[in-house]
Design a protein around this ligand. Structure first.
Ligand code: AMP
Length: 481
């Protein structure tokens, strides 16, 4: 849980000090860790965030996972802690100074991993605490003293109640994915945590969207913040192709199995809305002979970690996930995302498809839409300002009644033949009409008031030589509010 790091006596290479990250004012220990990751260029959010955080400014960041935002806040925070970094074994010499709150356990674990990666050459201690796992090792880690704590709000409150964490020395607070915290009902928990933090601190808030509640929270929290927005993704505009299958709800399962087989999908992330449906669908597809697992907030942490690992390693073909569980997951080079059910919030469609079309590779976003979901499809098309192309698989078409928005006729569906569609090659992204132009800013719906554009950075398994340049968007000047 706790990471102790030794000051390294290995020299910082000239390449590291000459890197574009050095121009942002980062210290050699961090440059070296960055160089080891193979990062060649800072992402736009890093260019904006790192100097501003180093200047001790509060920050409101409109950005989501995939933009390089974690390094954007982690690197400067590590640097601000560095002068007091020490190798003493005394807990008193390691007061908790940075608190990073995230909505999900997965994101907490990923952020902590980043802190550890970038802070490799600084003797600072890090811990992560979240629910669903034994609290005792967390208590032990906190007792030993950690400078940086990544936490989900519920478990942090447990520690506060048990007096196993001391927040009285916190100087830096990061709220990551504030809108998701709102969706998950964490705002009251966050307010409780804020109430016990020292009033003088630097606050950083990141959110993909800015609903009223998040705005209100940020107003009370941030003092003269620097506002940063991620530039539109500067990737080729045709990396993600969209297909909508209009299909009766009762035929979705068969269509999904058919598509996985006929398209030879080896790795597909399947979205449903409710966690109980995630389990059920995973079981059903498994019965259909497709190796499947599920990830949602009711599974234990060990189960979630295992599910994600199996999926990443290609041991299972399909991962069924809810929006909450999938948000923030850094799954590399994912070729297929299937919306088994459409999200009820159009922005979530953009988040979902953001799991594919990464790292310069083409991706496909396939939606199985039943007649009761047509309204959500319209919302999504309004948000994207385009009609998504319809696709058809023989034997799975919606009957004409459903096409007019009426319920499908179940008897009719049962008597339909099984699909006989031939295996289709992945469409060429450059010729597919079904593409979402990421080069245009993502316009949020009227209910949200800040853009939530993606500017993903590549995330190859080989981190040593990341082709960052193609994915680095234009720079936005700091906007001071
Ligand atoms: P994040 O948006 O923080 O979740 O980061 C997404 C992915 O981008 C992670 O896999 C990071 O390792 C990677 N990453 C962060 N910064 C850079 C960079 N400057 N160049 C290349 N990859 C990066």
């Amino acid at each position: 849980m706790t990471t102790h790091r030794d000051l390294s006596d290995a020299p910082v290479t000239a390449a590291a000090t000459a890197s574009p990250f050095a121009a942002l004012g980062l210290i050699p220990e961090l440059l070296r860790a960055i160089a080891e990751q193979g990062y060649e260029q800072p992402t736009p959010i890093q260019v904006q965030a790192i100097p501003a955080i180093l200047q001790r400014r509060d920050m409101m960041g409109a950005a989501q996972t995939g933009t390089g935002k974690t390094a954007g806040f982690t690197l400067p925070l590590l640097q601000l802690l560095a002068p007091q970094a020490n190798t003493s074994i005394s807990p008193a010499r390691h007061p908790l100074r940075v608190l990073i709150l995230t909505p999900t356990r997965e994101l907490a674990a990923q952020v902590e991993e980043s802190v550890r990666t970038y802070g490799k050459y600084l003797p600072l201690r890090t811990a992560v605490v979240f629910g669903g796992v034994d609290i005792d090792p967390q208590i032990k880690a906190l007792h030993a003293g950690v400078e940086i704590l990544v936490a989900t709000p519920g478990r942090l409150l447990d520690h506060l109640h048990q007096k196993t964490v001391n927040l009285s020395r916190v100087e830096f607070l990061v709220l990551d994915e504030a809108d998701r915290m709102l969706d998950m009902g964490f705002i009251p928990d966050i307010k409780r945590i804020l109430a016990v933090l020292p009033p003088r601190r630097q606050n950083l808030l990141f959110s993909a969207t800015f609903p009223d509640e998040v705005r209100k929270l940020s107003k009370g929290l941030l003092h003269s913040p620097v506002t940063i927005e991620v530039a539109p993704r500067n990737a080729p505009p045709d990396l993600v192709s969209h297909q909508v299958y209009l299909v009766p709800a009762t035929r979705k399962r068969a269509l999904l199995a058919h598509l996985i087989r006929s398209r030879d999908m080896r790795q597909v992330l399947v979205f449903v809305r409710m966690k109980r449906d995630a389990n059920l669908l995973a079981r059903q597809i498994q019965q259909d002979g497709i190796a499947t697992t599920a990830i949602h907030s009711d599974r234990t942490q060990a189960e979630r970690t295992q599910a994600l690992e199996e999926f990443k390693q290609g041991k299972v073909t399909a991962l069924v996930a809810t929006d909450v569980a999938a948000r923030g997951l850094d799954i590399e080079e994912l070729p297929f995302v299937v919306n088994y059910e459409l999200p009820h919030t159009a922005e979530d469609y953009v988040h979902r498809i953001g799991r594919t079309g990464r790292a310069g590779l083409a991706g496909e976003a396939i939606s199985l839409v039943s007649s009761d979901e047509l309204k959500f499809l319209e919302d999504i098309e309004r948000l994207l300002k385009r009609k998504l192309p319809r696709a058809a698989a023989t034997g799975f078409e919606r009957d004409s009644g459903a096409a007019r928005g009426q319920p499908s006729r179940k008897h009719h569906e049962r008597t339909r033949p099984q699909a006989t569609e031939q295996r289709a090659p992945r469409p060429s992204p450059s010729t597919s009409p079904a593409t979402f132009d990421f080069s245009k800013p993502y316009q949020p719906s009227p209910t949200t008031s800040a853009p939530a554009t993606r500017n993903p950075v590549p995330s190859h398994r080989d981190h040593r030589h990341r082709p960052t340049a193609a994915l680095l968007g234009g720079k936005h000047p700091h906007k001071k509010s």
